[in-house]
Ligand binder design. Structure first.
Ligand code: C2E
Ligand code: MG
Ligand code: MG
Ligand code: MG
Length: 284
Protein backbone atom coordinates (compact mmCIF):
# COMPACT_ATOMS: atom_id res chain seq x y z
CA UNK A 1 0.00 0.00 0.00
CA UNK A 2 1.37 3.39 -0.93
CA UNK A 3 0.68 6.87 0.39
CA UNK A 4 -1.76 7.65 -2.43
CA UNK A 5 -3.32 4.21 -2.75
CA UNK A 6 -5.49 2.23 -0.35
CA UNK A 7 -8.48 3.26 1.65
CA UNK A 8 -6.74 3.83 4.94
CA UNK A 9 -3.85 5.98 3.88
CA UNK A 10 -0.28 6.21 5.00
CA UNK A 11 -0.79 6.72 8.74
CA UNK A 12 -2.76 3.52 9.05
CA UNK A 13 -0.15 1.68 7.04
CA UNK A 14 2.59 2.88 9.37
CA UNK A 15 0.67 1.87 12.49
CA UNK A 16 -0.06 -1.52 10.96
CA UNK A 17 3.62 -2.04 10.14
CA UNK A 18 4.64 -1.07 13.69
CA UNK A 19 2.20 -3.63 15.02
CA UNK A 20 3.57 -6.38 12.79
CA UNK A 21 7.15 -5.54 13.74
CA UNK A 22 6.26 -5.46 17.45
CA UNK A 23 4.45 -8.79 17.22
CA UNK A 24 7.48 -10.34 15.54
CA UNK A 25 9.77 -8.86 18.20
CA UNK A 26 7.69 -10.35 21.00
CA UNK A 27 7.45 -13.74 19.30
CA UNK A 28 11.21 -13.76 18.70
CA UNK A 29 11.88 -12.97 22.36
CA UNK A 30 9.58 -15.84 23.41
CA UNK A 31 11.21 -18.16 20.88
CA UNK A 32 14.66 -17.73 22.42
CA UNK A 33 13.60 -19.28 25.73
CA UNK A 34 11.04 -21.74 24.42
CA UNK A 35 13.44 -24.68 24.13
CA UNK A 36 14.59 -24.36 27.76
CA UNK A 37 10.97 -24.07 28.88
CA UNK A 38 10.11 -27.33 27.07
CA UNK A 39 7.46 -25.67 24.92
CA UNK A 40 8.27 -27.67 21.79
CA UNK A 41 6.92 -31.08 20.89
CA UNK A 42 6.73 -33.28 17.85
CA UNK A 43 3.65 -34.57 16.12
CA UNK A 44 3.81 -37.47 13.69
CA UNK A 45 1.96 -37.86 10.39
CA UNK A 46 1.77 -41.30 8.72
CA UNK A 47 3.40 -41.90 5.34
CA UNK A 48 1.34 -44.69 3.86
CA UNK A 49 1.94 -47.24 1.13
CA UNK A 50 -0.07 -46.36 -1.98
CA UNK A 51 -1.01 -50.00 -2.61
CA UNK A 52 -2.42 -51.05 0.76
CA UNK A 53 -2.62 -47.78 2.76
CA UNK A 54 -0.43 -49.32 5.49
CA UNK A 55 1.76 -46.98 7.49
CA UNK A 56 5.41 -47.25 6.38
CA UNK A 57 6.70 -44.39 8.48
CA UNK A 58 5.93 -41.00 9.97
CA UNK A 59 7.03 -37.45 9.33
CA UNK A 60 7.97 -35.56 12.50
CA UNK A 61 6.32 -32.12 12.50
CA UNK A 62 7.36 -29.52 15.03
CA UNK A 63 4.78 -27.89 17.31
CA UNK A 64 5.26 -24.89 19.59
CA UNK A 65 2.90 -24.73 22.52
CA UNK A 66 3.14 -21.06 23.43
CA UNK A 67 2.09 -20.35 27.06
CA UNK A 68 -0.46 -17.66 26.11
CA UNK A 69 -1.02 -17.96 22.35
CA UNK A 70 -1.52 -21.72 22.24
CA UNK A 71 -0.12 -23.58 19.25
CA UNK A 72 1.90 -21.37 16.92
CA UNK A 73 2.27 -22.60 13.33
CA UNK A 74 5.75 -23.71 12.20
CA UNK A 75 5.18 -21.64 9.06
CA UNK A 76 5.20 -18.62 11.39
CA UNK A 77 8.06 -19.45 13.76
CA UNK A 78 10.53 -21.53 11.69
CA UNK A 79 11.56 -18.46 9.65
CA UNK A 80 12.09 -16.55 12.93
CA UNK A 81 14.09 -19.45 14.34
CA UNK A 82 16.23 -19.38 11.19
CA UNK A 83 16.83 -15.62 11.35
CA UNK A 84 17.82 -15.72 15.01
CA UNK A 85 19.92 -18.87 14.93
CA UNK A 86 17.51 -20.58 17.34
CA UNK A 87 17.10 -23.23 14.61
CA UNK A 88 20.57 -24.62 15.47
CA UNK A 89 19.85 -25.86 19.03
CA UNK A 90 16.19 -26.41 18.12
CA UNK A 91 17.14 -28.47 15.07
CA UNK A 92 19.42 -30.60 17.19
CA UNK A 93 16.61 -31.18 19.69
CA UNK A 94 14.23 -32.18 16.85
CA UNK A 95 16.62 -34.83 15.53
CA UNK A 96 17.29 -36.30 18.98
CA UNK A 97 13.63 -36.26 20.03
CA UNK A 98 12.48 -37.81 16.73
CA UNK A 99 15.07 -40.61 17.05
CA UNK A 100 14.18 -41.19 20.71
CA UNK A 101 10.50 -41.68 19.90
CA UNK A 102 11.02 -43.64 16.66
CA UNK A 103 13.28 -46.09 18.53
CA UNK A 104 10.18 -47.21 20.49
CA UNK A 105 8.40 -48.22 17.23
CA UNK A 106 8.74 -51.55 15.37
CA UNK A 107 11.83 -51.66 13.09
CA UNK A 108 9.69 -51.64 9.92
CA UNK A 109 8.48 -48.09 10.70
CA UNK A 110 10.70 -45.23 9.53
CA UNK A 111 10.92 -41.63 10.68
CA UNK A 112 11.33 -38.54 8.48
CA UNK A 113 12.76 -35.34 9.94
CA UNK A 114 12.70 -31.89 8.31
CA UNK A 115 16.01 -30.09 8.12
CA UNK A 116 16.40 -26.35 7.64
CA UNK A 117 18.95 -25.23 5.01
CA UNK A 118 20.41 -22.94 7.72
CA UNK A 119 20.93 -25.94 9.97
CA UNK A 120 22.68 -27.79 7.17
CA UNK A 121 24.97 -24.84 6.51
CA UNK A 122 25.80 -23.78 10.07
CA UNK A 123 25.87 -26.92 12.15
CA UNK A 124 27.53 -30.29 11.89
CA UNK A 125 24.37 -32.23 11.08
CA UNK A 126 26.13 -35.59 10.53
CA UNK A 127 27.67 -35.31 14.03
CA UNK A 128 24.28 -34.40 15.55
CA UNK A 129 22.69 -37.37 13.77
CA UNK A 130 25.44 -39.72 14.94
CA UNK A 131 24.84 -38.65 18.55
CA UNK A 132 21.07 -39.00 18.20
CA UNK A 133 21.38 -42.50 16.70
CA UNK A 134 23.86 -43.52 19.39
CA UNK A 135 21.79 -42.39 22.35
CA UNK A 136 18.48 -43.71 20.97
CA UNK A 137 19.73 -46.95 19.45
CA UNK A 138 17.75 -46.20 16.28
CA UNK A 139 19.09 -47.88 13.15
CA UNK A 140 20.36 -45.27 10.65
CA UNK A 141 18.44 -47.00 7.85
CA UNK A 142 15.16 -45.96 9.50
CA UNK A 143 15.99 -42.25 9.50
CA UNK A 144 14.99 -40.10 6.56
CA UNK A 145 16.02 -36.46 6.15
CA UNK A 146 13.66 -34.06 4.36
CA UNK A 147 15.08 -30.96 2.75
CA UNK A 148 13.48 -28.51 0.36
CA UNK A 149 14.89 -27.44 -2.97
CA UNK A 150 15.79 -24.08 -1.46
CA UNK A 151 18.79 -25.83 0.07
CA UNK A 152 20.40 -25.70 -3.38
CA UNK A 153 19.84 -21.98 -3.88
CA UNK A 154 22.80 -21.15 -1.69
CA UNK A 155 24.39 -24.57 -1.51
CA UNK A 156 27.99 -24.40 -0.41
CA UNK A 157 30.38 -27.28 -1.02
CA UNK A 158 29.93 -28.01 2.70
CA UNK A 159 26.20 -28.62 2.12
CA UNK A 160 26.93 -31.34 -0.42
CA UNK A 161 29.63 -32.82 1.80
CA UNK A 162 27.13 -33.03 4.69
CA UNK A 163 24.49 -34.66 2.48
CA UNK A 164 27.06 -37.14 1.17
CA UNK A 165 28.13 -37.98 4.73
CA UNK A 166 24.51 -38.62 5.71
CA UNK A 167 24.16 -40.96 2.72
CA UNK A 168 27.32 -42.80 3.76
CA UNK A 169 25.79 -43.22 7.21
CA UNK A 170 22.88 -45.08 5.44
CA UNK A 171 20.30 -42.34 6.00
CA UNK A 172 17.77 -41.69 3.29
CA UNK A 173 17.37 -38.26 1.69
CA UNK A 174 14.01 -36.90 0.67
CA UNK A 175 13.39 -33.79 -1.45
CA UNK A 176 10.44 -31.94 0.12
CA UNK A 177 7.88 -29.65 -1.56
CA UNK A 178 9.15 -30.75 -4.96
CA UNK A 179 8.09 -28.54 -7.85
CA UNK A 180 7.73 -25.30 -5.89
CA UNK A 181 11.26 -24.01 -6.03
CA UNK A 182 14.51 -24.14 -7.83
CA UNK A 183 15.12 -27.68 -8.90
CA UNK A 184 18.20 -28.92 -10.58
CA UNK A 185 18.20 -32.44 -11.89
CA UNK A 186 21.98 -32.59 -11.54
CA UNK A 187 21.69 -31.89 -7.80
CA UNK A 188 19.08 -34.59 -7.55
CA UNK A 189 21.62 -37.02 -8.89
CA UNK A 190 24.71 -35.69 -7.13
CA UNK A 191 23.13 -35.70 -3.69
CA UNK A 192 21.51 -39.04 -4.60
CA UNK A 193 18.03 -38.51 -3.20
CA UNK A 194 16.01 -41.58 -2.39
CA UNK A 195 12.65 -39.91 -2.40
CA UNK A 196 10.72 -37.02 -3.90
CA UNK A 197 7.76 -35.45 -2.15
CA UNK A 198 5.37 -33.89 -4.65
CA UNK A 199 4.17 -30.63 -3.15
CA UNK A 200 0.58 -30.39 -2.05
CA UNK A 201 -0.07 -27.47 -4.42
CA UNK A 202 0.00 -29.98 -7.30
CA UNK A 203 -2.35 -32.31 -5.45
CA UNK A 204 -4.93 -29.77 -4.26
CA UNK A 205 -6.87 -29.35 -7.51
CA UNK A 206 -6.77 -32.97 -8.63
CA UNK A 207 -8.39 -34.71 -10.35
CA UNK A 208 -9.89 -31.73 -12.21
CA UNK A 209 -6.66 -29.89 -13.02
CA UNK A 210 -5.19 -31.85 -15.93
CA UNK A 211 -2.04 -29.71 -16.27
CA UNK A 212 -1.07 -30.74 -12.73
CA UNK A 213 -1.67 -34.31 -13.77
CA UNK A 214 0.78 -33.95 -16.65
CA UNK A 215 3.39 -32.47 -14.30
CA UNK A 216 2.91 -35.26 -11.79
CA UNK A 217 3.24 -37.89 -14.47
CA UNK A 218 6.48 -36.29 -15.68
CA UNK A 219 7.89 -36.18 -12.12
CA UNK A 220 6.91 -39.81 -11.50
CA UNK A 221 8.48 -40.96 -14.79
CA UNK A 222 11.72 -39.13 -14.12
CA UNK A 223 12.00 -40.16 -10.48
CA UNK A 224 11.08 -43.79 -11.19
CA UNK A 225 13.76 -44.05 -13.85
CA UNK A 226 16.27 -42.70 -11.30
CA UNK A 227 15.11 -45.37 -8.85
CA UNK A 228 13.49 -42.94 -6.42
CA UNK A 229 10.37 -43.31 -4.32
CA UNK A 230 7.58 -40.80 -5.02
CA UNK A 231 5.29 -39.61 -2.29
CA UNK A 232 2.42 -37.17 -2.74
CA UNK A 233 1.66 -34.78 0.12
CA UNK A 234 -1.63 -33.15 1.03
CA UNK A 235 -3.83 -36.03 -0.12
CA UNK A 236 -7.25 -35.11 1.26
CA UNK A 237 -9.81 -36.88 -0.91
CA UNK A 238 -10.47 -40.36 -2.23
CA UNK A 239 -10.57 -38.95 -5.78
CA UNK A 240 -7.09 -37.51 -5.34
CA UNK A 241 -5.83 -40.83 -3.97
CA UNK A 242 -7.19 -42.82 -6.91
CA UNK A 243 -5.79 -40.32 -9.38
CA UNK A 244 -2.30 -40.28 -7.80
CA UNK A 245 -2.26 -44.07 -7.61
CA UNK A 246 -2.95 -44.19 -11.35
CA UNK A 247 0.00 -41.85 -11.95
CA UNK A 248 2.26 -44.34 -10.19
CA UNK A 249 2.93 -42.64 -6.82
CA UNK A 250 4.39 -45.06 -4.27
CA UNK A 251 3.34 -43.39 -1.03
CA UNK A 252 0.79 -40.89 0.25
CA UNK A 253 0.60 -38.41 3.11
CA UNK A 254 -2.42 -36.33 3.97
CA UNK A 255 -5.57 -35.78 5.97
CA UNK A 256 -7.36 -38.58 4.04
CA UNK A 257 -5.20 -41.00 6.02
CA UNK A 258 -4.40 -39.05 9.16
CA UNK A 259 -3.54 -35.61 10.43
CA UNK A 260 -0.27 -35.23 12.37
CA UNK A 261 -0.68 -37.07 15.70
CA UNK A 262 0.81 -36.77 19.19
CA UNK A 263 3.39 -39.50 19.90
CA UNK A 264 0.98 -41.67 21.93
CA UNK A 265 -1.61 -41.65 19.12
CA UNK A 266 1.05 -42.48 16.53
CA UNK A 267 2.09 -45.48 18.65
CA UNK A 268 -1.55 -46.57 18.96
CA UNK A 269 -1.99 -46.31 15.19
CA UNK A 270 1.03 -48.57 14.61
CA UNK A 271 -0.34 -51.12 17.07
CA UNK A 272 -3.87 -51.07 15.60
CA UNK A 273 -4.83 -53.49 12.80
CA UNK A 274 -4.49 -51.83 9.39
CA UNK A 275 -7.50 -49.80 8.33
CA UNK A 276 -8.99 -50.91 5.06
CA UNK A 277 -9.34 -47.81 2.93
CA UNK A 278 -9.36 -49.35 -0.50
CA UNK A 279 -12.68 -49.79 -2.20
CA UNK A 280 -14.61 -48.17 0.62
CA UNK A 281 -15.67 -44.61 1.18
CA UNK A 282 -13.36 -43.09 3.78
CA UNK A 283 -14.81 -42.31 7.16
CA UNK A 284 -13.00 -39.47 8.95
P1 C2E B 1 6.24 -29.83 5.16
O1 C2E B 1 7.51 -30.45 5.60
O2 C2E B 1 5.98 -29.82 3.70
O3 C2E B 1 5.11 -30.57 5.97
C1 C2E B 1 3.82 -30.84 5.46
C2 C2E B 1 2.81 -29.87 5.98
O4 C2E B 1 1.57 -30.14 5.37
C3 C2E B 1 2.57 -29.97 7.49
O5 C2E B 1 2.24 -28.66 7.97
C4 C2E B 1 1.35 -30.87 7.55
O6 C2E B 1 0.61 -30.74 8.75
C5 C2E B 1 0.58 -30.36 6.37
N1 C2E B 1 -0.36 -31.35 5.84
C6 C2E B 1 -0.30 -32.70 5.93
N2 C2E B 1 -1.32 -33.29 5.29
C7 C2E B 1 -2.07 -32.29 4.78
C8 C2E B 1 -3.29 -32.27 4.01
O7 C2E B 1 -3.88 -33.29 3.66
N3 C2E B 1 -3.76 -31.04 3.66
C9 C2E B 1 -3.13 -29.88 4.02
N4 C2E B 1 -3.69 -28.73 3.63
N5 C2E B 1 -1.98 -29.87 4.75
C10 C2E B 1 -1.45 -31.07 5.12
P2 C2E B 1 2.89 -28.06 9.28
O8 C2E B 1 3.03 -29.13 10.32
O9 C2E B 1 2.13 -26.83 9.61
O10 C2E B 1 4.36 -27.67 8.83
C11 C2E B 1 4.56 -26.69 7.86
C12 C2E B 1 6.00 -26.65 7.42
O11 C2E B 1 6.84 -26.23 8.50
C13 C2E B 1 6.55 -27.99 6.98
O12 C2E B 1 6.17 -28.28 5.67
C14 C2E B 1 8.03 -27.74 7.13
O13 C2E B 1 8.53 -27.04 6.02
C15 C2E B 1 8.09 -26.85 8.35
N6 C2E B 1 8.40 -27.70 9.52
C16 C2E B 1 7.57 -28.44 10.30
N7 C2E B 1 8.26 -29.11 11.24
C17 C2E B 1 9.56 -28.79 11.04
C18 C2E B 1 10.78 -29.18 11.69
O14 C2E B 1 10.83 -30.01 12.62
N8 C2E B 1 11.95 -28.62 11.21
C19 C2E B 1 11.97 -27.76 10.16
N9 C2E B 1 13.14 -27.25 9.75
N10 C2E B 1 10.84 -27.39 9.52
C20 C2E B 1 9.65 -27.91 9.96
MG1 MG C 1 8.46 -32.17 5.25
MG1 MG D 1 6.40 -30.99 2.23
MG1 MG E 1 4.89 -28.51 2.10
Amino acid sequence: RTKSGGRHGYRFYEAEMDEIIEARRLLTADLRGALDRNEFLLHFQPLVDAKDSCTRGFEALLRWKHPTRGFVSPAEFIPLAEETGVIIPLGEWIIREACRIAATWPPRISIAVNLSPIQLRHSDVPAVVRTALGESGLDAGRLEIEITESVFLEATPATLVALTKLREMRLRLSLDDFGTGYSSLSYLRRASFDKIKIDQSFVRDLPCETSNLAIIRAIVDMATSLGMTIIAEGVETEAQRVCLLQQGCHQFQGYLFSKPLPAEEAAALIAAPPRRLLGRPHAA
